[in-house]
Design a protein around this ligand. Sequence first.
Ligand SMILES: Cc1cc2nc3c(=O)[nH]c(=O)nc-3n(C[C@H](O)[C@H](O)[C@H](O)COP(=O)(O)OP(=O)(O)OC[C@H]3O[C@@H](n4cnc5c(N)ncnc54)[C@H](O)[C@@H]3O)c2cc1C
Length: 386
Amino acid sequence: MHGSKREVCVIGAGIIGASVAFHLSRFDGVGVSIVDVGRAGAGTTDAGTGWITARNNKDPDYRAFKLEAMEEHHRLAGLFPSRPWLTARGTLQTEDTSARFDAFLDECREVGFPVEVLTAAKVNSELEPAIAFDDPAMRVAFFPREFSVAGALLAKMLVDRAIDNGAVGHFGSRVVGLERRPNARHRVAFSDGSWLDADAVVNAAGASADTISRMYGIEMPMSPQPGVGVRVKAQGNPLGRMIHTRMLTLKPETDGVLRLRSAHGWRTDIGPQEWNDDFTGGEGRSAFIGHVVEEARRLLPTAGISPIEILSGVRPIPADGLPRLGEVHSVPGYFESVTHSGAVLGPLVGRLLAEEIATGVENPALGRYRPARFPDVPPQESPAAA
Ligand SMILES: Cc1cc2nc3c(=O)[nH]c(=O)nc-3n(C[C@H](O)[C@H](O)[C@H](O)COP(=O)(O)OP(=O)(O)OC[C@H]3O[C@@H](n4cnc5c(N)ncnc54)[C@H](O)[C@@H]3O)c2cc1C
């Protein structure tokens, strides 16, 4: 330990690393360094849609974990005087998103995920006056418990607050090596030849987490999945909450800015997977973006929508689809925090992992998600070898 503090280096300042770092910085006896080759939140977190839900999950334990994660977002927001990253007014989904809409609603109710069914006309009169639905009688599901976040903004606010609490940010710094040092320390080596020593290291490098784990000889099987988001300008604030239509997901992000994600093409993993006959964007990037923007204009015809940024990201998905969280016991002091649905899980995962790192006590809530479930993770070292 350096001085009286346990020094922890968090690699990656996306939503996951930012949350771990923020929660660590709240412990008196912990010194925190946050390292990123770019800036906070600028990786996959910025490309992500930021839909906060637990309804799509068929696995009851994982769904319960996500429901808890949804609650954690509200607890986290309570720690900040304002919460500009959060739009908590429920979400909408039109009937034409699914050929089995009624069965889908039943499934949501069966697992106790609240949903109300409105007509498009009612959505217009009570919630979203600017949306131009094709048919006023069309059914629209309203999920009052769901919400959305601007993930990059949340990551940045968490990092800023961690720095207020005494953490130090190292940005533009690429980690190129990890090495175990005497006294159970870790050396984090940077591409510029400098290094930083710490008592513990957290691998929160998102889709590059397998590159970091390999620095300690640990294979991390991943099923990465690319995807894009489109950020557009919109006059006024034409949308109050996230909506999923047959062609698009739209969400209000910040003042005068909306986020779009196509429900078709460019390898999305939420919404209909089959190629849709109505989709005319083709595979070319410009055609694709043009199509997505055109669809958004059709839905919000008075908003003067124009594209500002195309955000590409790679979803960091461990090979079995579940989060990979906690210490790798064969390398004491080396922790992993890698997961899909990072916008949903970031706040909860960050707190639970920070508590484990700071107190040394493992939380059974993370039991199912330990790295040790993968055969490539070396078993715990015997005390003699440590
Ligand atoms: C199109 C799309 C839509 C999505 N929609 C949703 C959604 O609606 N809801 C949801 O919950 N999730 C969604 N996701 C997934 C979600 O965005 C990710 O799970 C989440 O952003 C992962 O966060 P992260 O912090 O692990 O990764 P990142 O945000 O990528 O952060 C990792 C950081 O590590 C840094 N880094 C990597 N290697 C190094 C190195 N060697 N040295 C220094 N720094 C390094 C990177 O620069 C990066 O900033 C979506 C993803 C995509 C692509």
